[in-house]
Design a protein around this ligand. Structure first.
Ligand code: GTQ
Length: 348
């Protein structure tokens, strides 16, 4: 049989590759383009999860098992491009969590940092490191890496929030630990509002101390404080063409992001305003707290209303337009990417 010189070369290379794999080696030149791409091409999809669809399913889950049985009763928001991946974007986990009246999600602590954006607070609570905080809609409650936390509801209404965790980052590094408490709830050692008073009033303790390492010592950024701040800013100046009116949640000890791995911020978009196109390397998850927003993400249009969750994958051109005055909460892996020196953003 006649073979061309090119075919001979390919066959010789393949034979060579076959001898590499038993030695646990591989030729870089066959995989280089995928390993070192020209620019990010996200494997994930832009998507909106409708709270109106999620809530009845969440309540069904509430009847099927207790928070204690589940440990955490959560409907995981799975990016439709990666079913079974428990990922909303490349590095972030998210889900809707439910606590029914009288229930307790028992105390544990883990390496992953977590945030809760409260949708239906109804006076439920999260206790972090011996201090309880009552949860109301729009509150951002954070739990630092390895801090004990339990959740509960002593009142007669369900509690629902959006969880965001960096667990895929932690798992990528194979650095994840988990401890369960001896008791379902922690022993409460500080009065409610203690952290807020000590760190969250423009004041700080005389002796510099950082109770949670690189994470902010404030663990409830209440909507009762953040909303008026945002509205005051919005009322005083025109919206920025790209970010409208946005304020970051900060660690008062160093002015940086509230969490070392997860960036969080709050945006007000006035009715009728449309932001100019932006793309960035962080994978973003947005929760509409008030109003309604229409997104254009990578050429696709989608609308999110109150309590809906939107995923914006890395490096997709994004615009948003408010059809009603809107307040939107965002979390992303930007905080980690900045520390690693890999964050990039482009504006048009
Ligand atoms: O509340 O600690 O959605 O450990 C997933 C894992 C929530 C939590 C989640 C968790 C938690």
């Amino acid at each position: 049989m006649q073979t061309s010189a090119a075919e001979d070369t390919m066959a010789a290379r393949r034979k060579f590759y076959d001898r590499l794999s038993p030695q646990s080696m591989a030729p870089l030149w066959e995989v280089l383009k995928g390993l070192v791409p020209d620019e990010p091409t996200s494997k994930f999809a832009a998507h909106v999860w409708k709270f109106a669809d999620a809530r009845p399913l969440l309540m069904e889950a509430g009847a099927l098992l207790t928070a204690e049985e589940a440990e955490r009763r959560v409907l995981v928001l799975e990016n439709p491009a990666m079913p079974g991946g428990s990922r909303i974007t490349a590095s972030m986990y998210s889900g809707y969590q439910l606590i029914m009246p009288g229930e307790i999600a028992p105390a544990h602590r883990h390496t992953a940092s977590a945030l809760r954006m409260v949708l239906e607070g109804n006076g439920g609570y999260t206790a972090v490191a011996g201090e309880k905080t009552s949860m109301q809609r729009g509150d951002l409650v954070i739990t630092p890496a390895m801090a004990w936390h339990d959740h509960g509801q002593e009142h007669h209404k369900p509690v629902i929030w959006v969880d965001g965790l960096d667990l895929h980052m932690v798992n990528f590094y194979e650095a994840a630990f988990l401890d369960h408490g001896n008791d379902k709830t922690q022993i409460i050692s500080k009065p409610e509002g203690h952290s807020e008073s000590e760190f969250g009033s423009g004041l700080g303790p005389m002796n510099a101390r950082s109770p949670f390492g690189a994470t902010s010592p404030i663990f409830n950024y209440s909507y009762a404080k953040s909303r008026p701040a945002l509205m005051q800013i919005a009322g005083a100046a025109a919206p920025d063409p790209h970010v409208a009116h946005s304020l970051r949640y900060i660690n008062p000890l160093d002015g940086g992001w509230a969490m070392p791995t997860i960036a969080t911020w709050l945006t007000h978009v006035p009715k009728g305003f449309e932001t100019k196109p932006v793309r960035s390397t962080d994978g973003r998850t947005l929760v509409v707290i008030e109003g309604e927003v229409t997104f254009e993400i990578g050429g696709k249009t989608m609308t999110a209303g109150e309590s809906d969750v939107t995923a914006i994958p890395s490096w997709m051109w994004t615009k948003m337009r408010a059809s009603k005055d809107a307040v939107v909460f965002t979390f992303s892996d930007r905080s980690a990417q900045e520390k690693l020196g890999i964050f990039r953003e482009e504006r048009r």
